[in-house]
Design a protein around this ligand. Structure first.
Ligand code: NAD
Length: 503
């Protein structure tokens, strides 16, 4: 008989309590550098999801009326707790996700910025007032919370993306049910515990774990008013359709194929360094990774230097000092990326740098792929069409800037892009003509800070309002207009026509 190993279980957060799931379905959370099983994550039952939503529904009745200052102070405390626990959070994240410790701190930090922003909710959730819209009549707006909102997050930023969602939803007066990625839920749970410690009341934040079934229950649940999703285009499109049909507000931030245009007048070494970081950092598992380099004109002669620099990057476990490229999140991800590289070769691209099977002393079981570069890539090839989500850079050539812009605008995805140049005129032309959400000018991964909103064009986004920033205040609130008049005295003679007379 097999004895159950003493592996910790990931808890659910329901009604302010960390509880053990009663499910029979569990999945291992695995360290991608070592294959060590770190924990077991439950696939919550329908009853548990219902309990989380019921708790959020009850909590909403009081939370929605909690004074702005009280809500804001929780996030002031929360940002402090995240800072104090940064090293621990990064260590958990690296262990379950694989990225380097520095990158893991970056992951937490970009989420922390949204928490800081949430602490300023008093200034963000203001309504508008128009005085004397008619004689003695004023109209004003209220931005009122919706109720129970839900978030569904991907594996690649297990700290930042949950923090994109629940702090702003809660700060605006909603309650929340979060469904983190089942691949790396541990850092998300630690962040949820810190939120409780900061003073988020019972039921205001709930966390359930699981996969497709939990997501579908969230989409269908009649008491959930809004769903924020971040993940692949395939799943996001499904979530958008299903939750919209159930009458919810939905925003889905989805897949990508991000191109960088390199003009021959760009600062060469700076450009190549930026390109390497953006293509291979976090093992290419960023929705904003630059996975296609479009070398324009003479810049195509830079390919040998690009390959030579990429060869100097260190592939190793994320906990090891000096690591540039950590492991992919799972064995399945390793198989997927390896088979796409094979297809690239079979379909005729030139494999200028093959990162498969790197030798990583002490981590022989890790899911490693080193920096990989293909040139001669064409839009018909699988490596161009699919989001590889690994450390694989496709190099294409374009004769002119306009040809490069045309190529990018013809791609179904429009998440991020960048141009490297010294020409202001070329950069201006690019930003004007390109149909992509996040645009960088000599900035490789232009993720906007929280006073703006993350966005996306075409297949990279569904729903018109983005996560965080001003847009998310709109997303998580319902605008109510109030038109009011106060009588000075009890007027004589009533009229049946109650429309306001414009004088
Ligand atoms: P994923 O779509 O596989 O998973 C996202 C979430 O959906 C997870 O919580 C998962 O449990 C759930 N899910 C998975 N399969 C499902 C199904 N069949 N039905 C319902 N729910 C399901 O994405 P991932 O692999 O975790 O993350 C990588 C993807 O996320 C990439 O495509 C990346 O570009 C994208 N991403 C986009 C952004 C953005 O802002 N645009 C940011 C980060 C990641």
């Amino acid at each position: 008989m097999q004895t159950k190993p003493a592996i910790p279980t990931v808890k659910l957060l329901i009604d302010g309590q960390l509880v053990e799931s009663q499910t029979t379905e569990w999945r291992d959370v695995v360290n991608p550098a070592t294959q060590e099983v770190l924990a077991r994550v439950p696939f919550a039952t329908q009853a548990e999801l219902n309990a989380a939503v019921a708790s959020a529904n009850t909590a909403f009745k009081t939370w929605r009326k909690t004074p702005i200052g009280a809500r804001a102070r929780i996030f002031l405390k929360y940002q402090q707790l995240i800072r104090e626990n940064m090293k621990e959070l990064a260590a958990i994240l690296t262990a379950e996700q694989g990225k380097t410790l520095a990158d893991a701190e970056g992951d937490v930090f970009r989420g922390l910025e949204v928490v800081e922003h949430a602490a300023g909710i008093g200034n963000l959730q203001l309504g508008e007032l128009a005085n004397n819209v008619a004689g003695g009549v004023d109209t004003y707006t209220l931005q009122q919370p919706l109720g129970v909102c839900a978030g569904i997050t991907p594996f690649n930023f297990p700290a930042m993306i949950p923090l994109w969602m629940f702090p702003m939803a809660i700060a605006t007066g909603n309650t929340f049910v979060l469904k983190p990625s089942e691949q790396d839920p541990m850092v998300t749970m630690r962040l949820a515990e810190l939120a409780l410690e900061a003073g988020v009341p019972a039921g205001v934040l709930n966390v359930v774990h699981g996969g497709a079934d939990a997501v579908n229950l969230i989409c269908d649940h009649p008491d959930i008013k809004a769903v924020s999703f971040v993940g692949s285009t395939k799943v996001g499109t499904h979530v958008y359709n299903r939750a919209s049909q159930a009458g919810k507000r939905v925003q889905c931030m989805m897949g990508a194929k991000n191109h960088a245009i390199i003009l021959p007048d760009a600062h060469k070494q700076q450009t190549l360094n930026n390109l390497l970081g953006a293509a291979f950092g976090a093992a290419g598992q960023r929705c904003m990774a630059l996975s296609v380099a479009v070398l324009v004109g003479e810049a195509q002669n830079w390919l040998p230097d690009l390959v030579a620099k990429a060869q100097t990057l260190k592939v190793n476990a994320g906990v090891e000092p000096g690591t540039d490229v950590g492991p992919l999140v799972s064995c399945a991800a390793l198989d997927r990326v390896s088979s796409l590289i094979e297809r690239g070769v079979a379909e005729g691209a030139s494999l200028d740098l093959d990162g498969r099977n790197p030798s990583v002393a002490d981590y022989a079981q890790g899911n490693f792929v080193g920096p990989t570069i293909f040139s001669g890539v064409t839009p018909e090839m699988s490596i161009y069409k699919e989001e590889i989500f690994g450390p694989v850079l496709c190099v294409v050539h374009a004769a002119t800037l306009d040809d490069a812009i045309k190529l990018i605008n013809a791609n179904p995805n429009g998440n991020g892009t960048a141009i490297f140049t010294r020409s202001g005129a070329a950069a201006r032309h690019f930003q004007e003509e390109i149909d992509v959400g996040q645009v960088g000018i000599n900035v490789p991964i232009p993720v906007p800070v929280p006073m703006f909103s993350f966005t996306g064009s075409r297949a990279s986004k569904l729903g018109d309002l983005g996560p965080y920033g001003k847009q998310v205040v709109q997303f998580y609130t319902q605008t109510k207009t109030v038109t009011e008049r106060w009588f000075d005295e009890d007027d004589v003679g009533g009229a049946v026509n109650t429309t306001i007379t414009l004088k």
